[in-house]
Design a protein around this ligand. Structure first.
Ligand SMILES: [Zn+2]
Length: 95
């Protein structure tokens, strides 16, 4: 059963790398600094800075971390919300 301990972390790593690449591709399209609104199912909703990717509970004209002026419109990223909902489904459907 030791092969599982090698295979599982490798799969997680591959998934993380793949997800990161997708995020970079999205970023290039939107160059103007803006907030990325992340609605969450369980946790409090978050606003992510498109420049430094720090997350805060609410939007502000400037990013509290990197000080970038938010010139673009707030974009809603529902991907995480959908992911969490799917996770919940998996938890509740588990028997
Ligand atoms: Zn920032």
């Amino acid at each position: 059963m030791t092969w599982l301990w090698i295979l599982v972390p490798v799969l997680i790593l591959l998934a993380a790398v793949g997800g990161g690449k997708q995020e970079n591709a999205k970023q290039k399209k939107t160059a103007t600094p803006h907030w990325i609104y992340h609605p969450h199912v369980i946790e409090t909703d978050e606003y992510e800075c498109s420049v430094c990717h720090a997350r805060f509970p609410k939007e502000s004209p400037l990013c509290p971390k990197c000080g970038t002026k938010m010139l673009g419109k707030t974009v809603t990223d529902e991907n995480e919300w959908i992911d969490e909902e799917e996770e919940l489904d998996i938890i509740f459907d588990d028997d």
